[in-house]
Design a protein around this ligand. Structure first.
Ligand code: AMP
Ligand code: MG
Length: 342
């Protein structure tokens, strides 16, 4: 009996010792207009395979959904002018799931915002503030309900264009997490850039991953930390991409109703959920909705299995009740008040 106890103890010591000394495989990849970083723990063979496969899969996905690459599925759909366009099954899957998010958020997320995104200059950096009449005309052309999906065929009316910028990184997170798990990994951090993160399993020692949320008023600092195990987190905020003109700030998240930057009183929204696609799409949508409608949406949709952290333009912090025990204020922010939404 005593001998068996000693064996178990030795095995445990060896295991925890291994975990402590295990070195991750770390690398970055440039895709979807951002730097993505990967931290993989596991056997040499598995991590070696993934070191090659992850950039490959990202390249393939980007080749399908990029709105700027002429030969992508999305560009072909955008040139389709009312004709059905055959796309890769992966594009069709992403479109179907993104469309559902547009529908459930009542169009706060809208995958047809591209003409407006381009007009504001967010695709080229040549920014301008369109006149009111032009905005009204652009808003008319934003309507996800006009996108018709039938199997792997997509039809979009002339004059309309898709932009999957609000959901593509999240989708990539889900796809890559699946690949990592299929290759036997139980511990990996997939940082898809611009505040979209997928935590596969736990840290090597079995503790949750600790991920910071950027302070929108000071994007170099984190105001809070969320503990994640097998979950994703995504933040949308005005601070992520914007320009200033005549003393006003204009950011890249547009209200589909007006085709202008969404001014809902929020500075950022963070969403935590098992699906990175849901985090990405919902954080954009909740930013458009604002605090009150966003909190109502959270209460009305328990089936979406998400929690959220809202920061208002005044710097007030709100979080949903489901984050109890895994949300804490970061060093230097301990005295900030956090209102819990029930
Ligand atoms: P995210 O950074 O995930 O919040 O997504 C913002 C990006 O999605 C923008 O850069 C635009 O390309 C696009 N976009 C902006 N507003 C919306 C919207 N309301 N719905 C869907 N996509 C949007
Ligand atoms: Mg998003």
């Amino acid at each position: 009996m005593k001998k068996r106890f000693l064996c178990v103890l030795l095995a445990l010591l060896l295991l925890t010792g291994c975990a402590r000394t295990q070195k991750p495989v770390e690398f970055t990849s440039f895709a979807m207009d951002t730097v993505m970083s990967f931290t993989l723990y596991g056997g040499e063979e598995d991590t070696g395979v993934l070191r090659l496969r992850i950039p490959e899969e990202l390249g393939t996905l980007e080749g399908l959904v990029s709105a700027v690459r002429e030969d992508s599925d999305v560009s072909r759909i955008n040139r389709g002018a009312g004709q059905a366009v055959k796309v890769d099954p992966a594009t069709a899957r992403l479109l179907a799931r993104a469309w559902e998010l547009c529908e459930i958020t009542d169009g706060a997320l809208d995958i047809t915002a591209y003409p407006a995104v381009k007009t504001w200059g967010f695709t080229t950096g040549e920014y301008r503030v369109p006149a009111e009449g032009e905005l009204a005309e652009l808003a008319e052309r934003i309507d996800y309900t006009a996108v018709k999906l039938e199997g792997n065929s997509v039809t979009l009316p002339a004059g309309m264009e898709l932009d999957l910028g609000a959901v593509a990184k999240g989708y990539a997170g889900d796809v890559l997490a699946e690949t990592a798990r299929a290759n036997g990994l139980t511990s990996a951090l997939l940082d898809l850039g611009q505040s979209t993160i997928m935590a596969v399993g736990t840290k090597p020692g079995g503790k949750p991953w600790r991920i910071g949320i950027v302070d929108p008023a000071q994007p170099g600092s984190y105001f809070a930390v969320v503990e994640l195990t097998g979950m994703a987190m995504g933040t949308s905020g005005g601070y992520q991409r914007y320009f200033e003109r005549d003393g006003e700030v204009w950011w890249h998240i547009l209200d589909p109703k007006t085709a202008a930057p969404a001014r809902s009183g929020l500075a950022s929204v963070t969403v935590v959920s098992p699906s990175a696609l849901a985090c990405d799409g919902l954080s954009t949508a909740l930013f458009v909705m604002g605090l009150e409608a966003g909190a109502r949406f959270w209460r009305d949709h328990p089936e979406l299995q998400f929690d959220a952290v809202f920061v208002t333009e005044e710097g007030e912090i709100y979080r949903t009740a489901g984050l109890e025990g895994c949300f804490s204020l970061a060093e230097g922010y301990e005295d900030r008040e956090v209102t819990v939404l029930e």
